[in-house]
Design a binder for this molecule. Structure first.
Ligand SMILES: [Zn+2]
Length: 227
């Protein structure tokens, strides 16, 4: 039987946290479907395989590159589901937060069903960001989990997914919305903290994913609060 909900784990091969949690949950319940996004990358523990899957959407079935073919294949599959949730992991101290790459109303409504405090709207405003799978989901989002290798992060993700599946909403979680609007290109002479407001040259912002996109010349992404 097919379910309404599709989870994707291992869209990036070096982010197995989602796969681990989904494997465990699928032994206990059958009210969701799930897939491994990127099996070859997961097998070799690399971020991508023949391209970066989460930068390859909408993809092309006839591409010579696996990432592009797989993006098209996954997006075809997502058309059969009401909700699609793509699970990610980061080394950074971000805790668990939601990324919305397409700001349509039903994606925000889905985010509101999850017991996750921080919701980040992250449009693909520059070249290193274009082509995330979730931008093309009929209704869906990404959950980013950090630090990805800590057992308590995995435990927390598991609890969030179970509560979501059980339709249990913890009313004490007050959600905060952020929007990524730019990136910081020059490192300041002091250290930055994830989701902690800072001020540089008179500009106040909340840093996100500090050091993750160094090869693209990005110190961190800059967010503003939107609620
Ligand atoms: Zn990721």
């Amino acid at each position: 039987m097919k379910n309404n909900l599709l989870f994707i784990g291992g869209t990036r091969g070096d982010e197995p946290i989602g796969v681990e949690v989904l494997k465990k949950l699928s032994q206990e319940r059958s009210d969701f479907d799930w897939i491994v996004g990127n099996k070859p990358a997961l097998k070799q523990n690399t971020r991508g395989f023949e391209g970066n899957l989460n930068r390859s959407a909408p993809g092309d079935k006839n591409s010579p590159l696996y990432a592009s073919r797989r993006a098209a294949e996954i997006l075809e599959k997502t058309k059969n589901y009401k909700y699609i949730i793509d699970l990610h992991g980061t080394n950074k101290q971000t805790d668990i937060f939601i990324i919305i790459t397409n700001p349509k109303l039903k994606n925000w409504q889905l985010a509101a069903l999850l017991d996750i405090k921080n919701i980040v709207y992250w449009p693909s405003f520059s070249s290193e960001l274009t082509g995330p799978l979730s931008e093309y989901f009929p209704c869906g989002l990404e959950i980013e989990c950090g630090p990805k290798n800590e057992p308590q992060t995995e435990k927390k993700l598991e609890k969030i997914l179970i509560d979501f599946l059980d339709n249990k909403k913890n009313k004490t979680v007050v959600q905060q919305k952020f929007e990524v609007y730019n990136s910081l290109k020059t490192a300041p002479p002091f250290s930055l903290k994830e989701f902690e407001e800072t001020e540089i040259d008179g500009e106040k912002f909340f840093p996100l994913l500090i050091g993750s996109y160094q090869k693209d010349g990005v110190v961190c992404y800059k967010m503003k609060k939107t609620n």
